[in-house]
Design a protein around this ligand. Structure first.
Ligand code: ADP
Length: 248
C-alpha cells in the first residue's frame, strides 16, 4: 500500500470508557501545512480525539501515525509534545502578572526545558523570535502590557503565541473563539490562516460563521466517527450533518 506523505493519520482508532465507545473506528488524515476544522455535536468525541493525538488518552485499537512513521500510541504526552505537537485548551492560561513579552520569553525558555525563569539574557536571535511571534499574533503594540489587562481575545492570541515559541509542526486548538467579540473572531481566522502557512493546525469550533470564514476543509464528527468531510458547503448540506448537528 502506498500513501502520500501525511503529517498525521489516524486509522481505525477506537476507545471506550466503561464500555461506551467514545471514538469508534475513526480515520483521519492531516496533510503538512493543512488547516483543518473539526465540528460536531457535544459528545461527538472531538476532545477525546485531541486527547488521543496528544497521548493523554491511549486508544484501545487503531493507529496514530505522525510524519508517516512515528507511532504516537507508543509515546507519552511529554514525548509527543517534544515531537512538535502543541495543544491549546479552550481557556487561556497565560501568566496574568507578567507582561506579554515576558509570557513569550517564559514560553521560549520552557520550550528548551528551562522553567519559570526570566533571568537569562536573551540572545539577539531569541529577541527577534519573540518580535516575530508578537507580529504574527498582532500584539507588538501590547508587548509591555500585563497579561491581566488584556481582553479575552488578546489572551487567547498570546497563548497561541506561547505555543508558537515551541515551534510545533502541528497545533491543536480547542474552541478558540468561544467568548470572543465578532471582531476578535474575524482576527482569529486571519491569525490561524497565517500560522498554517508554516505548520498544520487543527481547530475544533462550534462557531459556524468562523468556520465558514476560515474557508478550509471541515470534518464533522458524530458518535466517535467521521460523519462527513469536505468544504463547509458540502458538509453543511449533508442530511446526516443537519440531522445530527446543525438542525438541533
Ligand atoms: P466532544 O469533545 O465532541 O464534546 P468528548 O470527546 O468530550 O466529545 O466525549 C465523547 C464521549 O466520551 C462523551 O459521551 C463523553 O461523555 C465520553 N467521555 C469522554 N471522556 C471520558 C472519560 N474520561 N470517561 C468516561 N467517558 C468519557
Amino acid at each position: 500500500e502506498t500513501r502520500t506523505k501525511s503529517l498525521l493519520y489516524l486509522e481505525d482508532v477506537s476507545v471506550s470508557f466503561d464500555g461506551f465507545k467514545a471514538i469508534n473506528s475513526l480515520s483521519l488524515v492531516i496533510e503538512p501545512g493543512e488547516l483543518r476544522a473539526i465540528i460536531g455535536p457535544n459528545g461527538a468525541g472531538k476532545t477525546t480525539m485531541m486527547d488521543i493525538i496528544t497521548g493523554k488518552t491511549r486508544p484501545d485499537t487503531g493507529k496514530v501515525i505522525f510524519e508517516d512513521e512515528i507511532d504516537l500510541t507508543k509515546k507519552d504526552e511529554a514525548d509527543i509534545a517534544q515531537l512538535g505537537i502543541g495543544r491549546k485548551f479552550q481557556k487561556p492560561t497565560v501568566f496574568e502578572s507578567h507582561t506579554v513579552w515576558d509570557n513569550l520569553e517564559l514560553a521560549l525558555n520552557r520550550s528548551r526545558g528551562v522553567f519559570a525563569t526570566l533571568f537569562y539574557t536573551l540572545s539577539a536571535e531569541d529577541k527577534s523570535r519573540i518580535e516575530e511571534i508578537l507580529s504574527t499574533i498582532r500584539m507588538t503594540h501590547r508587548a509591555h502590557e500585563y497579561a491581566a489587562n488584556l481582553s479575552h481575545g488578546q489572551k487567547q492570541w498570546l497563548e497561541i503565541g506561547m505555543l508558537l515559541a515551541q515551534e510545533p509542526k502541528l497545533l491543536l486548538v480547542d474552541e478558540p473563539v468561544a467568548g470572543m467579540t465578532d471582531a476578535e473572531t474575524a482576527e482569529t481566522a486571519i491569525l490561524l490562516r497565517e500560522i498554517a502557512k508554516t505548520r498544520s493546525v487543527v481547530v475544533v469550533e462550534h462557531d459556524m460563521g468562523f468556520i465558514r470564514d476560515l474557508g478550509v476543509k471541515v470534518t464533522c464528527l458524530a458518535e466517535g466517527s467521521v460523519l462527513a468531510e469536505g468544504s463547509i458547503d458540502f458538509v453543511s448540506s449533508d442530511p446526516k450533518v443537519i440531522e445530527n448537528y446543525l438542525g438541533r
